[in-house]
Design a protein around this ligand. Structure first.
Ligand code: ZN
Length: 285
């Protein structure tokens, strides 16, 4: 009986021991799996954070600003054109091409704003580069200055000076960032949506402020760059030059502008911050 009990206890104990060993083994395996899963997760997190940011190169400042706002901390944005450089007739250097060859995204305004971008893009040797035409789906308008008879009206590329267009550009840049880096889709969407609200508020402020202007004429001693802004707020915009800043204004155009200034008793002439105020000064004199 004692033996039997002992045997029974042995069997019982053996069974307990087996169960315990089994449980330890299972526990160990689960723990090991959890550890590796944790390790892998850790590794994945480390990899992501040590991966270089999405590198974005833009042509002009407004695009740089949009990319920086939408991309937030996930992107490294840089300007192709140094500040103050005339963007219409820019001549890219081989080093500019090298920079784009190493980037993830290249953003330009449109082929009328940066006609040189087409050749630059064609010369790129970077299979993963995403090129964003930020004006995609924006309808370009022509130089709408009165009394300027032009055989073939050129298209006005300064689209970002209309807040509605700027919002389309913002969304084009957002979509490009999402396509390149879908991991941060929610972040890009949030950043873009928040900025769109700011643009809409600014648009309302412009509209409300300009609504009661007695004088709706803007005389500009530079090239015809603010046509979209003028059109949006029903202002009459007269510029000394056409769409391209390199063309000298004709004597005829200047005489016409001076006539306008006199008849409408205009007291202010605007000029561009980073360009020579020569034409504006001439008009003022
Ligand atoms: Zn321009």
């Amino acid at each position: 009986m004692a033996y039997a009990i002992n045997a029974l206890t042995n069997i019982f104990m053996n069974s307990i021991t087996k169960k315990i060993i089994f449980l330890i083994l299972i526990g160990g395996l689960v723990g090991l799996a959890a550890f590796y899963s944790y390790k892998n997760h850790q590794l994945a997190v480390i990899n992501l954070s040590s991966t270089k940011k999405i590198t974005v190169i833009t042509t002009i400042f407004p695009l740089y600003d949009l990319a920086r706002i939408v991309g937030g901390s996930e992107v490294e944005v840089s300007l192709l054109l140094p500040p103050g450089v005339e963007p219409h007739a820019f001549e890219p250097k081989p080093s500019d091409l090298t920079r784009i060859n190493q980037a993830d995204i290249f953003i330009y305004t449109n082929r009328f704003m940066e006609p040189w971008a087409t050749d630059l893009i064609a010369g790129v040797n970077n299979s993963h580069l995403l090129v964003i035409d930020s004006s995609r789906s924006i309808k370009l308008m022509t130089d709408e200055q009165p009394d300027r008879s032009q055989s073939s009206a050129p298209l006005d590329p300064h689209v970002w000076l209309d807040f509605a267009n700027l919002e389309i550009m913002l969304n084009n840049i957002r979509d490009g960032l999402i396509a390149t880096d879908p991991t941060h889709t929610a972040e890009y969407q949030q950043n873009a949506a928040a900025y769109a609200q700011k643009l809409q508020a600014l648009d309302r402020l412009y509209r409300d402020s300009l609504n009661n202007c007695a004088n709706r004429e803007i005389i500009y001693g530079g090239h015809y760059a603010f046509g979209y802004l003028a059109k949006r707020y029903h202002l009459t915009y007269l510029a000394a030059q056409g769409l391209a800043p390199d063309a000298e204004p004709s004597a005829h155009d200047l005489v016409q502008l001076i006539e306008q200034i006199k008849t409408q008793n205009i007291k202010y002439i605007f000029y561009e911050e980073l360009s020579s105020p020569k034409i504006a000064s001439t008009l003022a004199q």
